[in-house]
Design a protein around this ligand. Structure first.
Ligand code: AMP
Ligand code: MG
Length: 402
């Protein structure tokens, strides 16, 4: 059986091979959060655009400064002012953070390191040339690329784009991702379920995970566990850029998703991965589109989405697939899990004494979505480990980050 790493690599390779460069559009910067740049953004001028003071204090000639030196203050500059005076030997200009440096001065002494009487400023420190000044063009020179094509726009990228006046960046069109749940027992989450019916939480969580990646969820509703209904709804789903199905991929008599994929001519790339939760996950290419059959238990659905669907949607969005953000923590209580599968357990990560410590959260297995809400990470138990002692180092994946 494939490891999750092998399965991810297959997803990435296959989606990259079928995916064409997405169409592009202009988006107002204020609405571009989470989108992927389809062209680079360049600096429109030098940054900073002038030699900038980064402290409140006095613009001075550094050669004039030593403890006890007296300078005559000949003016004041605040942010936005054009410097009109120049600093001659023995003089200084009061300057605020963000203001342009006056001619003659090469450093700023912090106000805290001075005392003043009238125009007389006594300095308490020696400065080196350039101290507390950021030189024109030292952050970016005019015309230089500041954000590459394929960059996902987060709030930091929004700030950088705003700084250079990129008010309507060009971004890749969002992939439209069809979402289909399956199961005779499933009812809409707004409905009152009968005694043996289950509300549809997967369509909501898959749509949310899809939106968080900057893709557009298209809800196809729920299919009955019949070949006919599955065939009709899966065929409709193949009109979109990708199709994600939940449920119907296990060994039960009514788990018909994979047979229907085959009927529709799909190439099944894998139909099992050595993980828990999520072992029966299916990835296929059908009519040129990536399709996923995620196991229906809600925690399996969300974990397999993050492991396998996420890189596919990143590629379809025009971005590079991001690696899984593992980090190490110390296990707080011993663990025993079935070997042969990599386990992803809901867990709590904390730093009680400065070092990261992780403990699993009690849960009833992959249907226990409420336990998952109490977790801030997944603890990864490797395939070859039956038991891990407390105090051992383990890998964790932060929840909501991957
Ligand atoms: P399945 O993968 O179809 O065998 O379903 C596994 C378990 O997940 C069953 O207990 C289902 O009732 C439950 N389940 C399947 N689909 C959903 C869904 N859309 N929302 C919530 N639970 C579901
Ligand atoms: Mg089912």
């Amino acid at each position: 059986m494939l490891s999750y790493q092998q399965a991810r690599e297959l997803v990435i390779a296959r989606v990259q091979s079928i995916c064409e460069t997405p169409a592009t559009e202009s988006e107002p910067l204020s609405q571009s959060l989470g989108r992927v740049l389809s062209e680079e953004i360049r600096s429109d001028r030098d940054y900073p655009p002038f030699d900038r003071s980064v402290r409140d204090g006095y613009a001075v000639r550094s050669a004039d400064t030593h403890p006890g030196a007296h300078l005559r203050c000949i003016g004041e500059l605040k942010a936005g002012d054009a410097p009109s005076v120049s600093v001659a030997p023995g003089t200084c200009v009061q300057i605020m953070t963000g203001a342009a440096m006056p001619d003659g001065a090469d450093a700023v002494i912090m106000i805290e390191h001075t005392s003043r009487e009238g125009h007389d400023v006594q300095v308490e420190r020696s400065l080196t040339p350039g101290q507390h000044v950021v030189r024109k063009g030292s952050e970016q020179s005019s015309g230089k690329t500041i954000l590459q094509t394929g960059t996902r726009i987060g709030f930091t990228e929004i700030a950088a784009a705003a700084q250079v006046g990129a008010a309507n960046p060009r971004v890749f069109r969002k992939p439209r991702v069809a979402i289909l749940t399956t199961g005779d027992e499933i009812v809409d989450f707004a409905a009152t379920p009968g005694p043996f019916q289950i509300r549809n939480s997967n369509s909501a969580s898959i749509a949310a995970q899809t939106s968080l990646l900057g893709a557009e969820p298209v809800l196809l509703g729920n299919a009955k566990d019949t070949s006919q209904d599955l065939r009709d709804k899966i065929s409709a789903g193949l009109e979109h850029d990708a199709l994600i199905i939940s449920g119907g991929v296990s060994m039960g008599k009514y788990d018909l998703v994979e047979p229907v994929f085959r009927e529709l001519g799909a190439e099944i790339i894998f139909d099992a991965v050595a993980i828990r939760p999520g072992k029966p996950v299916v990835f296929a290419i059908c009519k040129g589109k990536p399709v996923f059959g995620l196991p229906g238990n809600p925690v399996s659905t969300m974990v397999t989405f993050d492991l396998f669907v996420r890189p596919a949607l990143e590629i379809l969005s025009g971005a590079e697939p991001s690696p899984l953000p593992f980090f190490e923590a110390i296990l707080s209580s011993p663990l025993s899990e079935k070997p042969g599968l990599t386990h992803f357990l809901p867990a709590q990560l904390a730093w009680p004494d400065g070092a990261p410590r992780v403990s699993p959260i009690p849960w009833q297995g992959s249907g226990d979505v409420v336990a998952m809400t109490r977790a801030n990470c997944l603890l990864v138990v490797p395939q070859d480990r039956e038991r891990i002692e407390d105090g051992e180092r383990v890998q964790v994946l932060p929840r909501g980050l991957f």
